[in-house]
Design a binder for this molecule. Structure first.
Ligand SMILES: Cc1cc2nc3c(=O)[nH]c(=O)nc-3n(C[C@H](O)[C@H](O)[C@H](O)COP(=O)(O)OP(=O)(O)OC[C@H]3O[C@@H](n4cnc5c(N)ncnc54)[C@H](O)[C@@H]3O)c2cc1C
Length: 196
């Protein structure tokens, strides 16, 4: 670290956040909007300079790389004794820097179930305003998509360049027998996926 930068760092902080992943970055950003609040964000990994981080197709080369904690399971008897890589980002942005950039939202039934279990404020209608507020949808705002938030979401801009359409056209056939049907992406039953 350059000396000028090191000397400008305060010796005490109001908040110390360990891990500059998805959560840590949002938290640090929100807290540091108060100019009187001194926030230290500590990250074990490096800067997010790798080009693969910034393109959805780059994820496979990031898994198992030095930007990944490279955790793995114990050898699994059911998998012929193999261990499976459990990727977790070790880089600015954390796992959101090595993830698939797919925007999904939970199903209404799950949120409402959590509320019925006694978790006040977790019903779908109560969390939906926060989803909308966090989202910057590059399309028509609607009941299910907000604009002006921190997280930019868009439909795939170049679907024909994908190796195969998303979602896979075989998916409805595979899911129908177990009672899952494809629905429009603007509904509360979010089977759909979108690119972040
Ligand atoms: C391979 C993969 C694919 C995924 N695909 C998607 C997807 O397509 N869409 C989606 O919505 N979600 C996806 N996810 C999930 C999403 O990325 C995570 O839910 C989200 O990033 C979790 O945020 P987090 O802040 O809890 O943790 P992370 O984003 O993982 O951040 C944790 C940070 O803490 C740092 N850290 C850990 N220990 C220390 C320490 N001791 N000192 C300093 N720093 C430390 C880590 O290096 C990391 O940067 C995926 C996750 C993975 C792993």
């Amino acid at each position: 670290m350059k000396r000028a930068i090191r000397d400008s760092i305060p010796s005490s902080f109001d908040y110390i956040i360990v891990g500059a992943g998805a959560t840590g970055c949002v938290l640090a950003n929100r807290l540091s909007q108060n100019p009187n609040c001194r926030v230290l964000l500590i990250e074990a990994g490096s800067r997010d300079r790798a080009s693969e981080i910034h393109q959805p197709g780059g994820l496979f080369s990031l898994w198992g790389s030095e930007l990944d904690w490279q955790h793995s399971t114990e050898p699994q008897a059911g998998l012929g004794g193999r261990s499976i890589l459990l990727s977790q980002g070790k880089v600015l942005g954390g796992s959101s820097s090595i993830n698939a950039m797919i925007y999904t939202r939970g199903h209404r039934r799950d949120f409402d179930h959590w509320k019925r279990l006694g978790n006040e404020g977790w019903g779908y209608d109560e969390v939906l305003p926060y989803f909308l507020r966090s989202e910057n949808f590059l399309g028509q705002p609607s009941q299910y998509h907000g604009i002006g938030g921190e997280l930019t979401v868009q439909t795939c801009p170049t679907p024909r360049k994908l190796p195969r359409p998303l979602p896979n056209p075989a998916a409805p056939l595979a899911m129908a027998p177990i009672g899952i049907s494809m629905v429009p992406n603007k509904s509360a039953a979010q089977v759909c996926i979108r690119l972040q």
